[in-house]
Design a protein around this ligand. Structure first.
Ligand code: NAI
Length: 304
């Protein structure tokens, strides 16, 4: 089958990553359809529309220009999923939960145009689990494109293909990501966490554990685990605020269930009551009402 050029992209999931990826596609001058779920019956596109506004107001610099924003069409998966048939590349960027991703792919299988790419922005879930139960045609068009946060500025893109992936299609997307999105594409194997999160989650978890055990403040922890560990701008807790505090339990669940029992991560993964409490109270990081740094300013408390 011939491989279609990328003239229109669909991004599903208008959260931290999906909205940022859509903005970057629009910055490249390519039309993009941005879909999310319906949260408000009276305003069925509010999630995706809100995400576009967020991208224009991003601080310290907008993630896209007003001109680029005109290329973003917003919608929801209940009313507008059939529009993916017009798109040459569908990027799934919904929450890091295997069952939700699998059920979205089941729906996508019915509406997408065969021969066009469907990729996941998963941080940790192996490709073989994502495509379980899907048709051979879907498996051939499916692979992982793992963007980094924020997509406008982080150049790295991990590309993970499976044994059934059409490599001509993957090459077309690689070329688009390089030329239009300005990414440096790195091939990664289909292992839990791929390259970056296999390493990253290990040191983030270790740093959080140590800070909790020692009762440090977030500033004290980031002074030690920031610059010296190569995260000069945010530090570890600042990075969790950026990535999303609510992503942390999903990453942990995904990695502990897929990594080998003797992997070093298994020994340090642990439930952190403070993180669960923060999520329940809306302290999900920059996308919510603030994260560790906000809590610290409000309470001046030590981590425990
Ligand atoms: P998020 O929680 O900010 O956004 C997820 C969005 O998906 C929400 O707007 C939610 O309403 C929507 N959603 C949930 N179920 C849906 C469905 N069935 N259909 C359509 N939309 C649905 O999550 P975030 O952080 O953007 O993560 C998305 C994906 O990107 C995850 O797989 C995550 O592991 C991955 N990722 C996250 C990074 C980060 O720094 N936050 C970095 C790289 C990858």
């Amino acid at each position: 089958m011939s491989v279609a050029p990328v003239k229109k992209v669909c991004v599903i999931g208008a959260g931290t990553m999906g909205a940022g990826i859509a903005a970057q596609v629009a910055n490249g001058g390519v039309p993009v359809l941005l879909l999310d779920i319906v949260r408000d019956e009276n305003d069925r596109n509010s999630v995706a529309e809100g995400a576009v506004k967020r991208m224009l107001k991003a601080d310290p610099a907008p993630f896209m220009s007003n001109r680029a924003a005109k290329l973003v069409e917003t919608g929801n998966i209940e009313d507008h999923l059939d529009k993916v048939a017009e798109c040459d590349w569908v990027i799934e960027a919904i929450v890091e939960k295997l069952s939700l991703k699998q059920s979205l792919y089941e729906k996508l299988e019915k509406v997408r145009t065969p021969g066009t790419a469907v990729t996941s922005n998963t941080s940790t879930i192996p490709l073989e689990n994502l495509v379980e139960g899907r048709s051979d045609a879907f498996k051939s068009d499916f692979f992982i494109t793992h963007f980094f946060n924020p997509p406008r500025y982080m150049r790295l893109l991990e590309l993970v293909t499976g044994p059934a992936t059409d490599m001509d299609l993957a090459a077309r997307i690689r070329d688009f990501a390089d030329r239009v999105l300005g990414k440096t594409v790195v091939d990664a194997k289909d292992t839990p966490g791929f390259i970056a999160n296999r390493i990253g989650t290990l040191w983030i978890q270790a740093a959080i554990n140590a800070a909790m055990d020692l009762g440090l403040t977030v500033e004290e922890a980031d002074a030690i685990a920031g610059r010296p560990m190569g995260v000069p701008k945010t530090g570890v807790f600042g990075l969790v605020d950026l990535v999303g505090v609510d992503l942390m339990p999903y990453l942990q669940e995904s990695l502990t269930s897929t990594l080998p029992k003797d992997d070093p991560y298994q020994a340090i993964a642990r439930d952190i009551p403070l993180i669960n409490k923060m999520i329940a109270e809306g302290y999900t990081g920059r996308k919510g009402k603030g994260g560790f740094y906000r809590l610290n300013r409000e309470g001046g408390q030590k981590l425990k």
